[in-house]
Design a protein around this ligand. Structure first.
Ligand code: ADP
Ligand code: MG
Length: 243
């Protein structure tokens, strides 16, 4: 198992945001998490990347305990996170934004004197090609379309070469065409990385859910199964899909 989670619990001011009894992910698995607003989906990813500290529980990544480690330590272990809201630097070019993925691994002092090697340059172009941003490399990131900004963010995570990618609502606000392209990209990426994706758009979920789908409701695991199984599960229909 790439990731094993047990009895993870976190509350904010007395409100139980997450109470996850178990969750596990295999290497190179693409897992989709769905559930109503406030179900604890983003909180779960926040815990996995070290942004939020749980009250109790256990998280093993590749056999290594993760809880108690800092965000940087967890990133260096190989867990990369793409947040829900775009956070690229709008005044830098696409290329410069991608370069930052390498600088982030260095100390502040080392990053000041950082010069891209040919190897890094090649890797940036490779990843840009994968996410469909080759022609945009010199463009200012702030001028990209919404979809392109999301792909740039995914590219920045890919450049850190994580074994596990955490991706929160990548298709939010995208056109149908952009959504489909994003789905194809994620399926490509899952050949090399374990991926957990949070998503609302059921058409998109159907496109990418080749493995298991996990349904969270009110912080708890309601059910796990294939897309076909969860779509026809009465509990899922009652608590999420039917609304
Ligand atoms: P989802 O991503 O499934 O919509 P979240 O994980 O964002 O849900 O939120 C789960 C619950 O925890 C919600 O009730 C939310 O209001 C609460 N919550 C999330 N983050 C915080 C925080 N930093 N402080 C207080 N409450 C929070
Ligand atoms: Mg969320």
């Amino acid at each position: 198992m790439l990731l094993t989670v047990r009895d993870l619990s976190v509350s904010f001011g007395g409100v139980h945001a997450l109470n996850l009894s178990h969750f596990s992910l295999e290497d190179k698995e693409l897992r989709v998490i769905i559930g109503p607003n406030g179900a604890g989906k983003s909180t779960f990813l926040d815990i996995l990347c070290g942004k939020t500290k749980p009250n109790s529980g256990e998280v093993l990544f590749n056999g290594t305990p993760v809880l108690g480690k800092t965000e940087v330590e967890i990133a260096n272990l190989g867990i990369g996170r793409k947040f829900q809201k775009p956070s690229v630097f709008p005044s830098l070019t696409v290329y410069e934004n991608m370069l930052l993925a390498f600088k982030m691994k260095k100390s502040i002092l080392a990053s000041l004197f950082f010069k891209p090697t040919e190897e890094i340059d090649t890797r940036i172009r490779e990843v840009a090609a994968r996410v469909g941003l080759v022609k945009e490399l010199k463009k200012i990131a702030g001028e990209l379309s919404h979809g392109q900004k999301q792909w740039l963010e995914i590219a920045i995570v890919v450049l850190q070469d994580p074994r596990l990618m955490l991706i929160d609502e990548p298709a939010a606000g995208m056109s149908d065409e952009e959504t489909e392209k994003t789905g194809e990209l994620l399926m490509q990426l899952s050949k090399q990385h374990g991926i957990i994706v949070i998503e609302h758009d059921m058409k998109f979920v159907e496109q990418i859910a080749q493995d298991l789908v996990t349904v969270l409701v009110r912080g708890k695991l309601l059910v796990e199964g294939s897309f076909g199984e969860i779509r026809n599960d009465q509990r899922v229909i009652d608590s999420y899909l039917g609304r």
